[in-house]
Design a protein around this ligand. Structure first.
Ligand code: NAP
Ligand code: GLV
Length: 320
């Protein structure tokens, strides 16, 4: 029997999204299946049963009449959800330990960086200034995680082990040992009031777009031991109102770490590059590893073809 082909549609533009690198990994794990790196001259679109994609051009996936499953090669599916022609087959997103642990590292690094006042200490060093500041214990600080899902839950667990107080906010109610969990719009303000360091790991959906705004920053713990609350966003740029962030750095926020932006790459003249209270990273908080993720996709296809259920299927109505 000829197995349906897997089409790779990758438009990333960075090293990690080199289509050749992904093709080599998929060839290793899908040895009994044709892996097509598109655009490719000679293939029949009807032979394609699976697509593994990162930011495909809207309309590109509609060209395959026998498509059975779409695998998004990252955790966030907002780019795909914006494609009105997306075929109505199951859409699977990434949820693997490799990516979850990378994001945990990013979150822990940036929480500790702000908690231990590293931006202030580095500036003191640059200015040759010996100016110690009181360092609070982790237990004095409450980290609030917006989006206590796959990524948020792992980061919350490790932060809690370090000694931080951790609160979480999600759409549906959660029970996570040692973490005070809040849910829905009605508990959002109570969650914010507790929070000294706000970590955003929400997906970008119609409900969450622009949620990181001045009104929300003003509700964070005004009596924070850090002097002013801090924002860390590694979800998506569309979650944040960037003008509000810059305006809030007047003291409403004490500092921010941003991995994601409304325009990526961030334009050369953006104030985010040089603002002393901004720590900028180029959307690489949690890279997707072609080895780990091609294995994840190949295992899902094998299970699906054996009659088993797909895992981490996106709920199209919720948008994540
Ligand atoms: P996930 O497992 O689906 O978790 C999403 C969490 O957000 C869930 O707890 C969900 O609540 C909550 N949520 C969604 N909509 C909400 C709303 N309207 N109000 C309150 N809570 C809401 O997703 P994940 O795997 O943790 O990934 C999260 C996001 O991280 C991705 O969508 C992507 O944008 C981003 N990401 C960024 C990078 C990077 O390198 N910067 C890498 C990977 C992922 P429920 O639990 O109730 O559903
Ligand atoms: C990266 O941004 C992802 O969604 O995995």
């Amino acid at each position: 029997m000829t197995r349906g082909a897997l089409a790779l549609l990758i438009h990333g533009g960075t090293d990690n999204w080199s289509p050749e690198r992904w093709k080599a990994r998929f060839d290793q794990v899908c040895h009994d299946r044709r892996v097509l790196q598109l655009p490719q001259a000679s293939f029949n679109p009807a032979d394609v049963h699976y697509a593994a994609v990162w930011k495909p051009v809207p309309g590109e996936l509609a060209a395959f009449p026998n498509l059975k499953v779409i695998f998004n090669l990252g955790a966030g599916v907002d780019a795909l959800m914006a494609d009105k022609t997306l075929p109505s087959v199951p859409l699977v997103r990434v949820a693997v330990d490799d990516l979850t642990n990378r994001m945990m590292e990013y979150v822990v690094l940036h929480v500790l960086m702000h908690h231990r006042q590293e931006p202030y200490l580095r500036e003191s060093q640059r200015n040759g200034r010996w100016a110690p500041k009181y360092q609070w214990p982790a237990s004095a600080i409450c980290v609030g995680i917006m989006g206590i899902g796959t990524l948020g839950a792992r980061a919350a667990h490790v932060l809690q082990q370090i000694g931080f107080r951790v609160v979480g906010w999600s759409r549906s109610r959660k029970q996570v040992e040692g973490i005070e969990c809040f849910a829905g719009g009605e508990q959002f303000d109570a969650f914010l009031r507790r929070t000294d360091i706000l970590v955003c790991l929400l997906p970008l959906t119609a409900d969450t777009r622009g949620i990181l705004n001045r009104d929300v920053f003003g509700k964070l713990n005004r009596a924070s031991p850090l002097g002013a609350p801090v924002l860390i966003n590694a979800g998506r740029g569309g979650l944040q109102n960037e003008a509000d962030i810059l305006a809030s750095l007047d003291g409403t926020l004490g500092g921010v770490s941003l991995d994601v932006f409304s325009r990526e790459p961030v334009p050369a003249d953006s104030p985010f590059w040089t603002h002393p209270k901004v720590v900028l990273t180029p959307h690489n908080a949690a890279d997707t590893d072609p080895g780990a993720i091609s294995r994840y996709v190949a295992e899902q296809i094998a299970r699906f073809e054996a009659g088993g259920a797909l895992e981490n299927v996106v709920d199209r109505a919720r948008g994540y």
